[in-house]
Every structure is written in structure tokens, then in C-alpha cells.
Design a binder for this molecule. Sequence first.
Ligand SMILES: [Fe+2]
Ligand SMILES: [Fe+2]
Length: 315
Amino acid sequence: MTILIEQPERGSQGDEKKIVSHPNELVLDGGFVLPSMGSECGFEVAKLNSFGISFRDYDAINERQKTVEEFYRINHISQTYDFVKKMREQYGKLDKVKMGIWECCELLNDVVDDSDPDIDEPQIEHLLQTAEAIRKDHPNEDWLHLTGLIHDLGKVLLHPAFGELPQWAVVGDTYPLGCAFDESIVHHKYFKDNSDFNHPVYNTKNGVYQEGCGLKNVVMSWGHDDYMYLVAKENNTTLPSAALFIIRYHSFYPLHKSGAYTNLMNEEDKENLKWLNIFNKYDLYSKSNVRIDVEKVKPYYMSLIEKYFPAKLKW
Ligand SMILES: [Fe+2]
Ligand SMILES: [Fe+2]
């Protein structure tokens, strides 16, 4: 079974940035371009971006942008407050599968990105590349290594065993529902066809929330971030709150890129955001030339999984 998992690149708002014009740039998970960190971080610069498109192939890039825009059009029309409530209730039951964290990493290997011709490396290597890059720079934060490994596991929502959700309900930037859509959200114009757009309460700045209520009380658009957060929390992980924050908000670019929605944050969120900003630097989606020897690093990650999670989790 082949399933698309590609994270769409960012749309109109960052269109200029999206055209990767220099080979010394890497593309982040959320599609952001990051200047190359050179050899200090141990990563070689990829010749192709994460969509397998040559950096100078502007036709291919234009084509890709159209696909991305269409992705966000559907996403912005379909992600409503009621939709998310329904999904959280349905998936919050965690009655789909019972498996360990490592099993899930392996399951994600079956989820292949069709749009990427450069997919010789299994997904598990991408997870481990993020984790190992963090480990190299922050050797004492073992919880952050594990967070790197698991932050994208929610993409199993694309798998038939998890209902094979469409792309717009799994990947892409996330944003709050139940309050006004901030203009910094990529392709904001498509929200005008979202049924929440003219709602008398949902279209106000604080919406259904109190100022400073804390992000944990805010309903986020549905996707792999919120799902993996639910899985970790409901299976009583002992990971610190910063790890859960990273997992839940790593695609919340309107917050960590544009500084929107700070009116909903509390003090704990502000502390945790510092860790998310550190993490984002490592959330590389580019192809790294550094191959990871999975069997070699597996015992280390198994020991972290054992430390922070039960042997079997409900998904
Ligand atoms: Fe990621
Ligand atoms: Fe992600």
C-alpha cells in the first residue's frame, strides 16, 4: 500500500521563500526553507528538495505550488470547529490499534511519499535523522531525542488501519478553531468558504476562549500533531510538558513563525515555546545525505521508549 505523506510546502504568504533558489538551503517539515547549517550539524546539503524537484526547475516548482494551494483550499474549507470536535472524539477513543512506539515507526515505513522520486530511504530514517541531530547538539535532553523520533508518528492517520484520512486532515500547517482565522495563516483567503468564517463568535479575536486561557484549552485544526499528542497523553507518557507541546504544535506556524494567537497563551505555553523553537531547527524534512544505521541506534531509542512510554499503547 502506497500512501502520500508529503508535507505540503507553504503557500502564497511565503511564496517567494518557497522557491528554493540556492542549493545551500534545506526544507523544513512544514516546508520552510532553512539556510544550510553546513558541516557543523553533520548534514550534507541535498541537491533535490523534499519533493525531489531540482532547485532550478521552476516549472516543476510552479506545478508544485498549484498542488499546495489546492491542498490548502480544501483544508481551509473543511477544518471547522465542529469537524475537529468530531475527530477528537472519534480518535480520542484510541480503539484502532494496540502497538508500541517502535512498531509505529516501522508502520510509518509503509507510508510512502509517491510524489518523491528520491524515496530510497525509509521513513524511519527521517525520524531518526531528526532525533540524532538533536542528540548531537543536546546530549543531555534525552526526552527531546525521543520527541524528535515520535513527533510525526501521527501521520499513521493516512494508513488504512487508521481510516486512511485525506491529506488535508493529516498534514499541513495547523491553526486554532473557534476564534478568528489569523491573516498570517497560509492561503488565508480560502477561509471565506469555511462555515465558521461568518459565525458571530468564531470570527472574533478570542472567540469561544478567554484571553490567556492556555493553548491546551484551544481546539486546533485536526492532523497528525493533535492526534499524536492525544496518543501520548492518554497513554500516560512521562515525557515533560515541553515534549507534548512540541508534538502538538510543531505545525502551528502562525504561532511560531508569525507570532499570532499569543492572546491565547499562558505562562507555561511561553516557556514551552522556547523548546519548540529549538526543536524546529531540527525538524528537517530535506533529504539528508547522512544515512542512519537503524539497527545501531535502535537500542538507545528503545531504552528511551521504555523510560517514557508503556510497552503497548492504545492508538
Ligand atoms: Fe517532522
Ligand atoms: Fe510534522
